[in-house]
Design a binder for this molecule. Structure first.
Ligand SMILES: Cc1cc2nc3c(=O)[nH]c(=O)nc-3n(C[C@H](O)[C@H](O)[C@H](O)COP(=O)(O)OP(=O)(O)OC[C@H]3O[C@@H](n4cnc5c(N)ncnc54)[C@H](O)[C@@H]3O)c2cc1C
Length: 395
């Protein structure tokens, strides 16, 4: 494993770093702290930022050139991810770039790629993910939203839940049941639904962070053209898994975790306990050391995965390990910070006496959501055990 970057890669990094320093608007930077609270003004700014990233050539680097990408290897994409996190720059808006784009590149028809990918790249159309339903989250394949074929259309009835960003999205990539008689994984199709279709109602759900991040979405005889089917009829489960692979990969970022760890260390250094900074307390130092070991192990795991990608090996279940390890570690770091702050942990952003600008109570709640979203830790562990380690299936 080679842990160094080539001179070209280093110069790409430097160019990006200075581009971010001059182009990242302060308004977007401030808004990025409210990670899921996207109001109308913020939506306009986020779309504008998304477009700027695209025009500068920093979006979808690995997509093929004919679809607006740059056919670059995973190292450049990793550098972009690292520098964006370092600059606290928000990523592109919606699920188009990280989730649907790569899925369409694998499974979409030529017409679908030409129709949808350019509008994902320039933020003209924002996408949300319609997978989970009441009673079908971990057991996603039990989903019941029904799409009946009538002529050239699907007629969709049912309900989705926890749909992030549905209230500002133009389109949804959605899993629907098209053959209720088939075994549950075999009767599902993957379709693209325009959110303005008559018969769709979006109702907000407020998260414990106080943000309106996700929604319930109801379908009452919503008509969707049959040409919006991605992949083959009743074979949507495979398409859905391509999206999930990209989602789980995106949810574990070492740079985010390293930044959280550094922020925790700074916080501990600013808090006095028995006449000295907490970072000098032997018991707390042990805790910090344990956390740092986990942060470093995660970093090297990601580098190994990057090497696999460059050398053309499929990272496979390693992506799932990122999601599991990264999201749990982020939440453990926030938990340690909450304990460091003691009673001050009750003070949220905006409170005058809040420590570290009230960052940690929000982060603690937000990071807990990511342990659940994209598939809970229990489910990741089951998959790693059964498919990766070939352990017997639990009952
Ligand atoms: C912040 C956030 C954003 C989200 N955004 C979206 C979105 O945009 N689109 C979308 O479709 N969904 C979204 N979700 C939903 C998410 O995918 C589900 O919450 C998740 O898959 C868990 O499903 P559930 O909530 O129904 O919990 P359940 O499946 O009911 O699970 C409840 C508990 O039981 C455990 N459990 C269940 N089955 C097993 C098992 N076989 N073995 C061991 N333990 C098990 C789970 O780990 C969990 O602890 C989001 C969720 C969050 C938190």
């Amino acid at each position: 494993m080679d842990l160094t970057y080539s001179p070209e890669e280093e110069s790409f990094r430097q160019q990006l770093r200075s581009w971010l320093a001059t182009n990242l608007p302060k308004s977007v930077l401030r808004g990025a702290e409210d990670r899921t609270n996207v109001d109308k003004t913020m939506l306009v700014r986020m779309k504008e930022w998304h477009r700027r990233l695209h025009e500068a050539g920093y979006l979808a680097l690995s997509w093929p050139k004919e679809y607006g990408g740059q056919a670059m290897d995973a190292v450049r994409q990793a550098i972009v991810n690292e520098e964006m996190v370092r600059a606290r720059a928000p990523g592109p808006i919606g699920g188009g770039i990280p989730l649907l784009g790569p899925t369409l590149i694998t499974w979409g028809s030529e017409g679908q790629k030409r129709r949808y990918l350019p509008k994902i790249l320039n933020a003209e159309e924002i996408w949300c993910q319609g997978y989970s339903e009441p009673g079908s989250g971990s057991d996603l394949a039990s989903l019941r939203t029904r799409a009946e074929i009538r002529g050239d259309e699907f007629v969709v009835n049912g309900q989705k839940i926890w749909t992030s960003g549905a209230h500002y999205s133009d389109w949804m990539f959605c899993l629907v049941r098209t053959d209720p008689q088939a075994p549950k994984h075999r009767g599902i199709s993957y379709i693209l639904i325009n959110m303005k279709t008559p018969g769709i109602t979006v109702r907000p759900l407020v998260q414990m962070t106080g943000d309106r991040g996700f929604n319930e979405v109801f379908f009452d005889n919503a008509h969707v053209p049959r040409e919006n089917l991605v992949g083959r009829l009743n074979e949507g489960w495979m398409v859905a898994n391509t999206t999930l692979f990209h989602e789980r990969n995106a949810l574990g970022s070492t740079v985010t975790t390293q930044r959280l760890f550094n922020r925790l260390k700074d916080l501990a250094a600013s808090v006095m306990r028995r006449g000295q900074p907490l970072t000098k307390d032997p018991v707390f130092r042990q805790r910090l050391a344990d956390l740092e070991i986990r942060v470093e192990a995660m970093k090297y795991h990601m580098l190994r995965q990057l090497t696999d990608s460059i050398q053309g090996r499929n990272p496979g279940l390693a992506a799932m390990v990122n999601k599991l390890v990264g999201t749990e570690l982020n939440h453990d770091l926030a938990t340690a910070a909450m304990e460091v702050m003691g009673d001050y942990a009750m003070l949220a952003r905006g409170e005058e006496s809040a420590l570290d600008h009230g960052f940690w109570p929000y982060e603690w709640m937000f990071s807990l959501g990511l342990v659940i979203g994209g598939g809970t830790s229990h489910i990741q562990k089951n998959i790693i055990a059964e498919r990766g380690l070939k352990m017997p299936k639990g009952r």
